[in-house]
Design a protein around this ligand. Structure first.
Ligand SMILES: [Zn+2]
Length: 121
């Protein structure tokens, strides 16, 4: 079977149900932290994203920092990554950046014991 969202091949054991959809772990994480379209930051981010079309290597400074930390420290929970980045950033912001990086296939979510960790793709 395949994930209803990204169409990736899905191991039945890793299947997550959400609103009647069968989702992979990564998509499940994303749907659980939806980006509100009325959020000015999200609109700003979407506009930036348009600029990236044709140049997927352009990252925001925060995204670069996240990748850098994950490269040095290995898989981290969202909270740990937040602390390692900059405590003035809120968790929602870092989740949105993660979703963008996930979309670019630079990072992915994985399960480590009871925790969800983020790691390089
Ligand atoms: Zn998926």
């Amino acid at each position: 079977m395949n994930c209803d969202r990204c169409n990736k091949k899905l191991d039945p054991n890793e299947k997550r149900e959400h609103l009647g959809q069968a989702l992979c772990e990564d998509c499940y994480m994303v749907v659980l932290s939806p980006v509100k379209t009325c959020d000015p930051w999200a609109v700003h981010s979407a506009k930036n994203l348009e600029k990236y079309v044709g140049n997927q290597k352009v990252l925001t400074p925060l995204q670069e920092k996240m990748l850098d930390i994950l490269a040095k420290k290995g898989p981290l929970t969202p909270d740990s990554l937040l602390k390692a980045c900059d405590e003035s950033i809120d968790l929602e912001e870092i989740k949105r950046e993660f979703a963008s990086l996930r979309h670019m296939e630079k990072v992915r979510a994985a399960k480590q014991g009871p925790d969800i960790v983020w790691q390089l793709w």
